[in-house]
Design a protein around this ligand. Structure first.
Ligand SMILES: Nc1ncnc2c1ncn2[C@@H]1O[C@H](COP(=O)(O)OP(=O)(O)O)[C@@H](O)[C@H]1O
Ligand SMILES: [Mg+2]
Length: 243
C-alpha cells in the first residue's frame, strides 16, 4: 500500500477553551476529492488552515506524502510548502489590490526564485491573455477566483485545500469554476480537500464526503451514499438545504 497524499489523524486545534477542531481524522488520495462539509462554525476552515499550516495544530498528526508535518520547524517545512496550497473563498482578501494579474500569478514563482510560465498558467485556468494588465477590482468574481487558482497552481502543488472556493459566486459562474477544478484535477492528478457548506456543489465533484459538527466528524463515506442517504441529522439538514 502506498501512502495517501494527505493523512490527518486526531487533529485538534484549540482557541483558548474553545475546541475549534476536536479530533478529526481523514485521508485524501492523489487525484481524489474529499469534501469537508458542515454548518458555519463547525471547524472546517480551521481544519483547512491546520492542514496547510497557516495555523499550528494543538495536537494530532498531519502526514503529507508520508512526511509528518506536525513537529517540523518553519525551516524544515519550507521546502514542502509548495506541494500543498490553499485557495480562499474570497480571493480579493488574498490578492494585493495594486498588483496586475501578471504580477499576482508570477509572485509565488518569484518568491521561490523560479522562472515561470505566467501566460501558460493564465491559459490553463481560462483567463484571456488580454487580462494580464488588469487589477483585481477590474475583474469579475469568477475571473478573480481563476487568478487565485492560478496562483495556487504556480508552484505545481499536489494537494489543494479549497475553502468555500465558489460560495461567493453566482450559480452559473460556480459551475464554470467547478468544471475548471475537475479539468485541472484530471490533467494534474491533484488531490482536493474541498471545504463547503453547499452540498449541491459537493455533489458535482466529491468522491468522498466528511461531515463535521462542533469540531468532530459525525459522518463520512462515498459521496453518492452520503448525499442520497444521509444518516446524521447534521447531514440531513445540509441535504435538505439544497434547493
Ligand atoms: N482565530 C480564531 N480565534 C478564535 N476562535 C476562532 C478562530 N478561528 C475560528 N475560531 C472559532 O472556531 C470555531 C470554528 O470556526 P471555523 O473553523 O471558521 O468554522 P467553519 O469554517 O466551519 O465555519 C468557531 O467557533 C470560531 O469562532
Ligand atoms: Mg469557514
Amino acid at each position: 500500500m502506498s501512502e495517501p497524499l494527505l493523512s490527518v489523524r486526531d487533529l485538534r486545534k484549540d482557541y483558548g477553551r474553545r475546541q475549534a477542531v476536536a479530533g478529526v481524522s481523514l485521508e485524501v488520495g492523489r487525484g481524489e476529492t474529499v469534501a469537508v462539509v458542515g454548518e458555519s462554525g463547525s471547524g472546517k476552515s480551521t481544519l483547512g488552515r491546520c492542514v496547510v499550516r497557516l495555523s499550528r495544530p494543538t495536537s494530532g498528526s498531519v502526514r503529507f506524502d508520508g512526511v509528518e508535518l506536525a513537529g517540523l520547524s518553519a525551516r524544515r517545512l519550507r521546502p514542502l510548502r509548495s506541494r500543498f496550497q490553499l485557495v480562499f473563498q474570497d480571493p480579493s482578501s488574498s490578492l494585493n489590490p495594486r498588483w496586475s494579474v501578471r504580477r499576482l500569478i508570477g509572485e509565488p514563482l518569484r518568491v521561490q526564485g523560479r522562472e515561470g510560465d505566467v501566460a501558460g498558467l493564465m491559459a490553463e485556468v481560462g483567463l484571456d491573455a488580454a487580462l494580464a494588465g488588469r487589477l483585481p477590482h477590474q475583474l469579475s468574481g469568477g475571473q478573480r477566483q481563476r487568478v487565485g487558482i492560478a496562483r495556487a497552481l504556480a508552484l505545481s502543488p499536489e494537494l489543494l485545500v479549497l475553502d468555500e472556493p465558489v460560495t461567493a459566486l453566482d450559480v452559473s459562474v460556480q459551475a464554470q469554476i467547478v468544471n475548471l477544478l475537475l479539468r485541472l484535477q484530471e490533467e494534474r492528478g491533484l488531490g482536493y480537500l474541498f471545504i463547503s457548506h453547499d452540498l449541491s456543489v459537493v455533489g458535482a465533484l466529491a468522491h468522498r464526503v466528511v461531515v463535521m459538527s462542533e469540531g468532530r466528524v459525525v459522518e463520512s463515506g462515498p459521496a453518492g451514499r452520503v448525499l442520497s442517504r444521509p444518516e446524521h441529522p447534521c447531514t440531513r439538514r445540509l441535504v435538505d438545504a439544497v434547493p
